[in-house]
Design a protein around this ligand. Structure first.
Ligand code: 3MF
Ligand code: MG
Length: 347
């Protein structure tokens, strides 16, 4: 293939975790952020995904000046390491005011907090020289349907998206859908919902989606088709590649760790669409196994990146003429067996 894409990769500092789960405490010592930034390049990553309070810890207790000073400090660290901040996301699922969601909370005071926090997040992104804000709408949903007025909730989400576009005329909003967890049902469960919010916004060109493989799988959907849908609208801001073994808790397994063919198809769809040519990152959102010894644990990041690149080779070495022939003959039985052999590396 002429001029192949040179993929750039990103992950968030939370991907280097301490190994806690809902049933047990940390199994590894905390590894400080500054030290995490120093690991990126040697692991093959140049993009950093950030929450607002990954940049400015204790954000709620700081003045705007203190907040911006801290953001400037982090920008210097990132610059020094040769790293690009890919996006900043408001962490709207930790504070007391977000117990029942932020933007869709029934409490006006909680909604006001969520909006204040979102403006701070945008200002932090600007201070970092970053233009993308990710909305993972964690608690914007319900445990029981009757708890909120769902129609009003969508209207509130729509207004927040517009207000964000107004707050900074250069940012893009990337909505990361997820169907459940921590809520029983989320209001923006799929990329279709996210893209509807985009088109209904005041400037749809600045509203896109971020698709996480596991989130699509939890919705019972194929991540590659979800990506193709967003790409067809030119609305794939980024991806969170990982894997998920069936409908259970959100696993954030290594990319390809549960299903190589599903991983292959995501890479195929991205590569065929030229994803990455305009600087888009291949983002990962993977969790190390709790059982893994050592500190910090980074094998899962290395393996997921490597698997992506191995799959790129599989996509580039596909016999396209044969694929077309089998499509033309409607011989999908032959196509499937060819693909399985190709993935296994046998003739
Ligand atoms: C939850 C997620 C989140 C988001 C992150 C960035 C903690 O399932 O995937 O990771 O990706 O908050 O928006
Ligand atoms: Mg994610």
């Amino acid at each position: 293939m002429s001029n192949p894409i040179n993929y750039r990769f990103s992950f968030g500092p939370w991907n280097i975790s301490e190994g806690a789960d809902p049933f047990g405490p940390e199994v590894r010592a905390a590894f400080p952020h500054e030290k995490k930034f120093a690991l990126y390049r040697e692991l093959g990553f140049e993009g950093v995904q950030l929450h607002d309070d990954d940049v400015v810890p204790g954000l709620d207790g700081l003045t705007p000046a203190q907040m911006l000073a801290k953001a400037g400090e982090v920008k210097r660290v990132l610059d020094g390491e040769g790293l690009t901040p890919e996006f900043v996301a408001p962490r709207l699922w930790f504070a007391e005011q977000t117990v029942d969601g932020g933007y869709t909370s029934n409490s006006a005071a909680d909604r006001a907090y969520a909006w204040e926090r979102t403006q701070k997040c945008i200002d932090i992104a600007r201070a970092l020289g970053c233009r993308a804000i990710v909305l993972w709408l964690s608690r914007e949903g319900t445990y029981i349907r009757e708890a909120k007025d769902a129609r009003l909730a969508y209207e509130r989400l729509q207004k927040v998206v517009d207000a964000m576009l107004d707050h900074d005329s250069e940012i893009e909003v990337w909505i990361e859908p997820k169907p459940n967890e921590p809520t029983d049902q989320a209001y923006v469960p799929t990329i279709g919902h996210a893209i509807a919010l985009a088109y209904a916004s005041k400037d749809h060109r600045r509203v896109k989606g971020l698709i996480e493989s596991a989130h699509a799988l939890l919705a019972g959907l194929d991540p590659s088709d979800e990506m193709a849908f967003a790409l067809a609208h030119d609305k794939l801001g980024s991806v969170h590649l990982n894997d998920q073994n069936g409908l259970k808790y959100d696993q954030d397994k290594n990319f390809g760790g549960a299903n190589l063919r599903v991983a292959f198809n995501q890479v195929r769809v991205l590569e065929e669409a030229g994803y990455g040519r305009r600087g888009e990152f291949v983002g990962l959102d993977v969790k190390a196994m709790r059982t893994q010894r050592g500190c910090p644990v980074t094998e899962h990041l290395k393996a997921s990146r490597e698997l992506f690149l191995l799959m790129v080779e599989k996509v580039r070495t596909l016999d396209r003429a044969l694929m077309e022939e089998m499509r033309g003959a409607r011989d999908y039985e032959a196509m499937e067996f060819y693909l399985l052999r190709h993935l296994m590396g046998v003739k």
